[in-house]
Design a protein around this ligand. Structure first.
Ligand code: COA
Length: 348
């Protein structure tokens, strides 16, 4: 069967660095608290006006496309994963298509939060395997900083997340044994509201009914009332401890599923690139799998949690620093809001 390979990879992070101490200028927090609970030392925040999720995705895509030895005109399908799109609709995929002057190819947006990139990679892999496309651009990009609240009430969320983008070009490979060996996708919506942003959304009518300012009419409604907007209704919500407990179960589970599907064991992994949710989560997973430090790549210390961008940024940094070489077995794994979780095993 035709396998797909990562033919080119790139990433982009904004230049603005915010250390933990910088954040303590806005809210009651400390470098010590953030480092101890998450491992994060600093993160990047995009320019408030000049940079968007799409523009960062484009910067990463340009590098991936060049490294794949193709041009933007050769890309025959776009998959864009993000939870922080430029617009409520349309998605970032078409904005990237327009700005990169690509042909009138298909553009698919993926809404799977921290698992978004691995989900996107899996979708791209299926299209390559069937022979439908030859050069798929897969992008994960986030501009969290525009929607986060930098007041103490939101400190458990806003110290964790950062901005950035990563991208890969997927192509068919003819080389025996090379490429994406398998991908594994899961979800459990039972706890969908434990890590979520509720507004704006079409369920708002239910939540807002009987609230001040809600229009008394037969049809239509509001995404949110002015009072709610002022009260912070459009901010992300996270039950951190609940997310943590689920993540430490699902990460190892989905990694082991991938290994088993390929008759491999944890000892065969050359590099694990986990979604950068929290350094403590990655270390727990590492310990459970019995992997030495040099076989697990972490860069959350520098960038925080960049959600759909975290896996491709980490994978690209690992590759650029020579930690991923031809023939290596690379395992990608992610967990996030939904809850959703996913893995991919790649023979580089
Ligand atoms: N600085 C200082 N104190 C903070 C803080 C911050 N940035 N954020 C929360 N606190 C406080 C809380 O207010 C609470 O205080 P209280 O005991 O007086 O009420 C205390 O710290 C403990 O809060 P809690 O939320 O229980 O902390 P925690 O040990 O669970 O750590 C997280 C919080 C968010 C770091 C941790 O739960 C986590 O990492 N969860 C997973 C999150 C994740 O990975 N999300 C992305 C999924 S892809």
């Amino acid at each position: 069967m035709q396998r797909s390979k990562i033919a080119g990879i790139g990433y982009y992070v904004p230049k603005n660095v915010y250390t933990n101490t910088d954040l303590s200028r806005f809210m009651e927090t400390s470098d010590e608290w953030i480092q101890e609970r998450t491992g994060i030392k600093e993160r990047r925040f995009a320019d408030r006006l000049g940079e968007t999720t799409t523009t960062m995705g484009i910067e990463a895509a340009k590098i991936a496309i060049e490294r794949a030895g193709i041009t933007a005109q050769d890309v025959d399908f776009i998959i864009f994963a993000t939870l922080s799109p430029d617009y409520y609709f349309p998605g970032c995929g078409v904005l990237l298509q327009r700005e990169m002057k690509m042909k009138e190819i298909g553009a698919l947006d993926i809404r799977n939060q921290c698992s978004g990139f691995v989900y996107a990679l899996s979708v791209a892999d299926q299209f390559i395997k069937t022979g439908m496309y030859k050069n798929i651009l897969v992008v994960g990009s986030e501009k969290h900083s525009f929607a986060m609240d930098f007041e103490t009430r939101s400190r458990n969320v806003s110290v964790i997340f950062g901005d950035g983008a990563g991208a890969v070009v997927l192509q068919p490979t003819q080389k025996e044994g090379q490429g994406i060996l398998s991908t594994h996708l899961h979800s459990d919506g039972a706890d969908a509201e434990l890590l979520a942003m509720f507004y704006p959304g079409s369920n708002a009518n239910k939540w807002l009914k009987d609230k001040p300012g809600y229009p008394d009419q037969e049809l239509g409604g509001l995404f949110m009332t002015a009072e709610q907007l002022e009260g912070g209704a459009a901010l992300p919500y996270m039950d951190g401890p609940a997310v943590f407990k689920k993540a430490v179960v699902k990460f190892p589970e989905v990694i082991n599923e991938a290994l088993k599907a390929n008759n491999l064991t944890a000892a065969d992994i050359d590099l694990l690139v986990p979604h950068q949710a929290n350094l403590r989560i990655s270390q727990y997973v590492q310990q459970l799998l019995g992997l030495p430090d040099e076989k697990v790549f972490n860069n959350i210390q520098k960038y925080g949690n960049t959600t759909a961008a975290s896996v491709p940024i980490a994978l690209c940094e690992a590759w650029e620093s020579g930690k991923v070489k031809e023939g290596d077995l690379v395992c990608l794994a992610a967990f996030g809001s939904g809850f959703t979780w996913a893995s991919a095993l790649i023979r580089w």
